[in-house]
Design a protein around this ligand. Structure first.
Ligand code: IMP
Ligand code: MG
Length: 177
């Protein structure tokens, strides 16, 4: 597979679409078992998690709902660390089994913030599922309940993840060369 140039940087393939699809299917299989009769509410984190959320959701065969929230915290290739706001919790999440769907956990700032916000709504339970997890970049005592891939702390794009707006439409996941 060929390298891609996005803005000023060159990226090379790290995880192929086929592998991504397989891991998502495996995650869906465990959720289908674990959440049977719990009518989980998936909360996809926009923008990055929209493809992950869609592909996972298609493999869920139990009664479930999906909604989306948005946080803004990132610009360029380094986390700004300053998380701003969680918007879009219009759905009543009280007494619901919530599964947050995120594209990537880097420092863990965003994940921790989202969970703190959700905890104020008296949910029945909250679990955190991420497509990618960079354990070595983590600054908090946080571990996602489910992660499809653990990766080294390099900047990645594709499958929903962007570099300054571009690259989300790549079917594979690419890493900065
Ligand atoms: P954290 O708050 O540092 O964990 O960063 C989480 C957010 O930063 C994610 O939701 C992504 O939007 C963004 N992010 C972190 N690492 C990357 C990356 O390697 N590529 C693209 N976006 C990233
Ligand atoms: Mg994100």
């Amino acid at each position: 597979m060929q390298d891609v140039k996005i803005h000023d940087k060159v990226f090379t393939v790290m995880i192929e679409a086929k592998q991504i699809n397989e891991r998502i299917k495996t995650l869906a299989d465990s959720i289908n078992i674990e959440y049977k009769d719990k009518k989980p509410l998936f909360l996809g984190v926009l923008n990055g998690a929209f493809l992950f959320a869609a592909d996972l959701f298609k493999e869920i065969n139990i009664e479930c709902e999906i909604s989306f929230v948005k946080v803004s915290s990132y610009s360029g290739t380094e986390s700004s660390g300053a998380v701003k706001n969680l918007i879009g919790i219009s759905h009543s999440i009280k007494d619901r089994h919530v599964i947050v769907l995120e594209d990537i956990v880097d420092t863990g700032d965003t994940a921790r913030y989202i969970i703190e916000e959700l905890k104020r709504h008296e949910t029945a339970s909250i679990k955190f599922a991420t497509l990618l997890f960079k354990p070595k970049a983590l600054k908090h005592n946080f571990k996602p309940d489910y992660s499809c891939f653990e990766i080294d702390p390099a900047f990645v794009v594709g499958f929903g993840l962007d570099y300054d707006g571009l690259g989300r439409n790549l079917n594979d996941i690419y890493v900065l060369k």
